[in-house]
Design a protein around this ligand. Structure first.
Ligand SMILES: [Zn+2]
Length: 508
């Protein structure tokens, strides 16, 4: 593969230019970076370059999925009607203590889907249990093999899984045990992270972040250690905050010392700063949004996952008013069942539009910014990723404008967000390498992977069915805990088009 690429004759999308009618330009890539963008390169400049014909194509910065977990890619399509806490009951065991082969396959499956859909970077907040050197190597080797950029944060926590649940005392001890009652040692978790980042420092498509699971699963000691780790290594921090109503009830009732706020709890740990990104942020209050904005902390919004898992709608219009920064994500493969940032961007615009009837934002070109530069910012990488500019990483997708999404072609930004599904992407470049060309992935044998997946699913599916059968015993207790959560008035409304629901009324 040539060390120099010339992407020739495309319409190059520029966030700061005409977002509806991008101009024709050529992009010169040297090594992993864009070295120049223009229309009149000299023969010397482009000598020896491999030419990628981009005529009749939109050339768009690669999308950045700022919230994703590769641990459940094999569970796609297995769930439909259950809220988050019920869904965790089944998905958590299917992602932990897996074979190395399975970890490799599931990582490749998610990376392949992402790549085919123009996602050139994923933030993999991975539940890697156990977090051993071998398992870390399997994951990072898989990303390197396929050539997908990853911002990797194996999740750390020291409070057991059952700690996710408000009113867990309603569950008999054996059910609490089944849901995961084991605590970790915070120092061991931090030492393991330190060892891994020293052993496999950021290079090529590999980058690091810090991923404490959630405030209710991390002690102040662990969170403080994570904040310190992020500062020392100059990394972004990703943590699940206020995904469900139950989590805000937990904050209000169990974190009185911190004013009933997880944001204050994170602040007490030294984490409320420009590195912090809270995934979901559905049940955040306006006052907490102001705190976040003042600290330059951001949210990663995952609307499709929140809708499918019945968590509610995050208040993006209020976040805008507060001046909070925002990135976008797709979340788990069994949570919204697809790694597709076009869906994420469209949901961002559509849900903004049903929040109030005033003309104006959110607009398609803003969603494109959030899904690229905004998501890059979450990883503290906005000077390298998310835009097509000299000095930036050469991460981009080429979209064939013969696709009906562009018939007729009126606005690149609007048609990318409202019409595109990922169907027209035929070429993807990551880190200066053409990883997909004419719809064929160049780095792995996709057919061989399909066969490996089919083989693996022969044992995976019966195992999953057993987990569902065994764990169903917990459902009545979970339902009782949830009824209490739904019945608690917290003064926030995050469900729409259902009178009163979300303000304390019980679902019928
Ligand atoms: Zn998540």
């Amino acid at each position: 593969m040539a060390d120099k690429l010339l992407i020739k004759g495309g319409l190059v999308y520029d966030h700061d230019g005409d977002v509806h009618r991008p101009s024709d330009a050529d992009i010169l890539v040297e090594g992993s970076d864009i070295s120049a963008i223009g229309t009149d390169f000299s023969p010397e400049q482009v000598a020896g370059a491999e030419v990628v014909d981009a005529s009749n194509h939109l050339v768009v910065p690669g999308l950045i999925n700022a919230h994703y977990h590769s641990h459940d890619t094999l569970c796609r399509g297995m769930f439909e009607d259950i809220p988050l806490e019920f869904w965790l009951l089944y998905t958590l065991p299917m992602g932990t203590f897996r074979s190395k082969e399975e970890i490799r396959i599931r990582t490749l499956v998610g990376a392949l889907e992402s790549m085919r859909c123009g996602i050139t970077t994923v933030q993999d907040m991975l539940g890697l249990i156990p977090m051993t050197e071998e398992n870390v190597d399997v994951v990072l080797d898989a990303y390197e093999e396929i050539g997908e950029r990853v911002v990797f944060s194996p999740m750390v926590f020291d409070i057991p899984a059952v700690g996710m649940l408000r009113y867990r005392d309603l569950l008999p001890p054996e059910i609490q045990e089944m849901m995961g009652n084991q605590a970790n040692n915070p120092k061991e978790q931090l030492d393991m992270l330190e060892a891994q980042i020293q052993r496999r420092p950021a290079k090529g498509v590999t980058h690091w972040a810090v991923g404490p699971f959630a405030p209710q699963r991390c002690s102040l000691e662990l969170l403080s250690g994570c904040a310190d780790f992020a500062e020392r290594h100059d990394l972004g921090i990703y943590i699940h905050v206020y995904e469900t109503r139950g989590q805000v009830v937990m904050a209000r009732e169990m974190y009185g010392e911190y004013g009933g706020s997880f944001i204050n709890y994170l602040d007490a740990a030294g984490m409320l700063n420009h590195r912090l990104n809270i995934a979901h942020s559905v049940w955040i209050s306006r006052e907490e949004m102001d705190q976040m904005a003042e600290a330059d902390a951001g949210a990663v919004l995952c609307y499709n996952s929140n809708m499918k898992l019945k968590s509610g709608i995050s208040p993006m219009r209020d976040m805008r008013d507060a001046g909070m920064r925002v990135g976008l994500g797709c979340d788990n493969c069994s949570g919204s069942d697809v790694q597709n940032m076009f869906q994420a961007m469209k949901a961002y615009c559509m849900l903004g539009a049903v929040s109030d009837p005033v003309p104006g934002t959110p607009l398609a070109h803003e969603a494109l910014r959030h899904g690229t530069i905004g998501s890059a910012r979450t990883a503290c990488m906005e000077d390298q990723l998310g835009a097509l500019k000299p000095g930036y990483k050469a991460d981009m997708m080429l979209l064939d404008m013969n696709d009906t999404a562009y018939l007729p072609y009126n606005s690149a930004a609007r048609q990318l967000v409202y019409s595109e599904t990922g169907r027209s992407i035929d070429t993807v470049i990551i880190d200066g390498k053409v990883v997909m060309k004419d719809r064929v992935v160049q780095t792995i044998d996709e057919e061989a992977l399909r066969e490996e997946v089919a083989d693996l699913m022969k044992s995976f599916i019966p195992e999953y069915e057993d987990v569902v059968k065994q764990r169903q015993v917990a459902l009545p207790y979970l339902m009782e805990a949830h009824q209490r959560v739904w019945d608690t008035d917290i003064g926030l409304r995050r469900f729409i088009a259902r009178t009163g629901y979300g303000d304390g009324d019980l679902p019928q």
